[in-house]
Design a protein around this ligand. Structure first.
Ligand code: HEM
Ligand code: HEM
Length: 465
């Protein structure tokens, strides 16, 4: 009797979890985008912008993001080590515990229990849950890698190991707190030290959640899905080690023009500039891999996803360093420019790469073609258009805001009131809602296509039984 292997069921379980959290997080994103131009859409304190914005970021990062990343890591590690998962039952238990932790996190954020540190908002009991989950996950992944049957360590494994070690380090250090009550704690670091540690964490958690794991996938799935070998293994390893060396030093670029000592800001900015090189090492490697046959962009739907994804990564890693420069930061910091940057990375690079990898995995697991390539193309274009519209709208209004805030009368007083700037944002914020809606429709098309592929696969299995 034919049925899916245990390992494949585990991978799917993580995908399902991620997708459920993804739908919740995206719909909340749409709601908060409306709340920004119509306050009537705030429904009591629990469903007000202040609470929901944090639910949006956390549920998408730790729910949609981390669950799908964990599922894809299991899939990649099993194949690159040429052995089954070391503790399959533990992977199932980890999945359930993690779902409970994310649910607890979401509920407590709705209740307003919040550490007031961006991307580290969960209060300490939820943090403990996250740490337990990460230890269980790490034991399984690292254990499988250590006991591997394949001696060669392909570059994706290095990215996976880096993700595991760095997230543990970042999460534990920045969440060290003095506990006051069950629902309230205070950052162990005070004042400026608190800000410095928080942004060391804040920058790197984005990197080790939205860059390293996605590069692990990119290096694995691009050659697998195109059948073209990666252009240069050596370049991939050099990019990896230089990225690891440079990344951790750049957090201070979030604190330009703050009381943080000037030399620390400058150090952060210098490393931020250097970061372009290792980032583009991977971009070039991706392009050169497809270089022998660019026609695949037309003929093979997944190539399009991966190449568009790495292009967004390339743009993101040029825009990011430019934002670190003092003159640019003075204009764009605190404005909508930054959400424009954020969503190009998340909705572009991360989402395109992860969804392409999930199409590939589900069709491999079931040994069937995906339900509809046409729908996959529709999904691609909706996500692309929604994303580009979102970011361009935010960049325009961001620059507009920055310039308005800095415009002075001849006597040195402000030319515009804060309200002038705010009201001017409304049309752009409305356009963001439209772009977000387009993106979400694209994601729903993906969801449908993904589920229908599973239905197709289950039918194929049943007919072989
Ligand atoms: C996978 C997709 C997405 C991810 C991972 C994501 C992640 C994030 C993150 C990290 C932030 C914080 C940005 C900052 O502090 O600068 C944010 C803010 C926000 N996101 Fe998303 N987002 C996604 C999709 C969406 C969509 C589809 C919408 C719908 C319009 C949306 C609307 C918003 C809004 C309105 C904010 C608040 C901006 C502000 O406070 O000025 N997001 N999102
Ligand atoms: C070379 C790579 C990158 C560099 C140097 C960089 C740099 C920066 C800088 C300087 C800011 C602060 C902007 C400001 O507030 O004035 C920022 C914000 C942000 N970036 Fe990037 N970025 C890079 C790549 C990425 C990627 C690939 C992603 C996601 C996929 C990303 C996500 C974010 C997020 C979420 C924030 C908002 C942080 C907040 O809440 O304030 N960045 N980035």
């Amino acid at each position: 009797m034919k049925e899916l292997s245990g390992d494949s069921k585990i991978v799917l379980g993580y995908f399902y979890s991620g997708l459920v959290w993804g739908v919740i997080g995206l719909l909340i994103g749409l709601l908060i985008s409306v709340q920004m131009w119509d306050a009537a859409f705030n429904f009591g304190e629990y469903f007000s912008f202040g609470r929901l914005r944090i639910v949006h970021t956390n549920v998408l990062a730790y729910g949609l993001g981390l669950f799908t990343i964990m599922g894809l890591f299991y899939y990649i590690v099993i194949r690159l080590t040429k052995r089954p998962l070391l503790f399959p039952k533990l992977a199932v238990i980890t999945m359930w515990i993690y779902n409970i932790v994310v649910l607890a996190g979401m509920i407590t954020l709705f209740m307003g229990l919040n550490q007031s540190l961006e991307y580290a908002e969960f209060e300490w009991p939820v943090d403990l849950g996250v740490v337990v989950v990460w230890v269980l996950f790490s034991v399984n992944i690292l254990g499988t890698i250590i006991t591997r049957k394949e001696k060669q360590m392909y570059v994706s494994l290095w990215y996976i190991i880096a993700t595991i070690v760095a997230i543990a380090l970042l999460y534990i250090v920045n969440n060290l707190s003095l506990i006051a009550t069950l629902g309230k704690s205070y950052h162990l670091f005070a004042g400026l030290n608190s800000a410095n540690v928080e942004w060391w964490y804040g920058h790197n958690i984005v990197g080790f959640l939205f860059t390293m794991p996605i590069l692990a996938m990119f290096y694995y799935f691009l050659p697998k899905s195109t059948g073209l070998p990666i252009y240069s293994h050596r370049l991939s390893i050099i990019s990896f080690w230089s990225l690891i060396f440079v990344y951790m030093w750049t957090g201070a670029h979030h604190l330009v023009y703050t009381p943080l000592p000037d030399w620390l800001q400058t150090l952060g900015i210098v490393f931020t500039m250097i970061l372009i090189a290792p980032s583009w090492g991977s971009v070039v490697n991706g392009y050169m891999t497809v270089e022998p046959d660019w026609s695949r962009l037309r003929t093979h739907y997944l190539t399009k996803f991966f190449i568009a994804g790495i292009t967004f990564y390339g743009l993101q890693t040029l825009q990011g360093p430019s934002q670190g420069i003092r003159a640019v930061s003075a204009l764009v910091h605190y404005t909508d420019w930054v959400p424009g940057h954020v969503h190009m990375g998340t909705m572009g690079w991360v989402v395109l790469t992860i969804t392409a990898a999930m199409y590939y995995v589900v069709s491999k697991i079931y040994k069937v073609d995906i339900f509809s390539v046409k729908l996959a193309n529709t999904h691609f274009w909706l996500v692309l258009v929604g994303q580009v519209m979102f970011s361009i709208t935010m960049w325009i209004t961001g620059i507009r805001q920055g310039l308005m805030w800095k415009s002075l009368n001849a006597d040195g007083t402000l030319l515009y009131t804060f309200m002038d700037g705010l009201v001017g944002n409304y049309p752009y914020w409305q356009l963001r809602t439209v772009s977000g809606a387009i993106f979400i429709v694209g994601m729903l098309v993906f969801l449908y296509n993904f589920i229908m592929t599973i239905v197709k696969g289950e039918r194929a299995l049943a007919s072989n039984r």
